[in-house]
Design a protein around this ligand. Sequence first.
Ligand code: FAD
Length: 299
Amino acid sequence: MTLDSDARRKIGISFEFFPPKSPDMEGQLWNTVSELQDWNPDFVSVTYGAGGTTKAPTLATVSRFLSDTPLATASHLTCVGATKEETHGVIESFRNAGVKHFVALRGDTPAGVGAPYTPHPGGYANAAELVAGLREIGGFEISVSAYPEKHPESRDTAADIEMLKRKADNGAHRALTQFFFDNDNFERYLEKVRAAGVRIPVVPGIMPILNLTQLKRFAGACGTVIPTFLDERFAGYEDKPEERAKVAADVAAEQIEDLARRGISDFHLYTMNRAPLVSAVLSNLGFKREGAKGRGAAA
Ligand code: FAD
């Protein structure tokens, strides 16, 4: 599944992390970052908690990325449950910490994914409005979400692409997708996105599978389909973590290689704040650790 050196040179990667919730997780995050930064990602991003309740951990984590690492760092930002003024206050705190790139999102209600969403009466109603607000403030790179298998609340794929178009028209620079495993479906989705006149890069979100059983629970809520081939690939490895990790690295590397063959060049990897699996995926693809030149260099 190794990519040839030409293909590797064209590939851009980004990593997603979440703010640690305990001192142990904090240690794990920074160990992970120190390992993964050697892959020289184009940028990393840090998620923002549901309900807007966790500005502080995201701000602390993003600030440390900016001060202690050489990594270009994006902060996720949601507008759920906040007035525009409150959201502007949050944007200002992140700007003061040095943030120049936001992943602009609507977010979910505190009741959780799937619960009916009611915009705050004085707030941004959705991510498209938030993007417009960020552009009005000015000076930020803006990424947004995209859903190849449609957002669980969306009427249909067309409604979803309509929202993506609004976000692009309002000034988003790229879309990062929800994770998916069906590349054929992604290709069909991308054709529809382009047919709708959306020109921004749509970067596949790649989720290396740490645990298929847990992922199935989580995927249901996100609307991601788990194809049966994954059951087949992981069958018999439930109690064999080492073999399971090898299969997981193979599966994710094969997905990236297949998408690269279809002309995709940028990939957003969900790290789950763990390094070994992500590093194994990139090694499988033939990348080297010594930075951007090394990533593209012949294996
Ligand atoms: P939007 O883009 O505003 O809308 C999502 C979809 O809902 C649209 O595609 C549209 O089809 C439908 N919709 C919304 N409003 C309307 C309308 N008025 N009419 C018709 N359809 C409508 N959540 C967090 O809390 N923190 C994070 O850090 C975070 N990071 C994420 C990163 C990525 C890459 C992705 C893909 C998701 C992330 N999420 C995060 C999850 C996200 O907040 C939820 O999926 C949320 O339900 C939708 O937010 P959004 O920005 O995608 O919404």
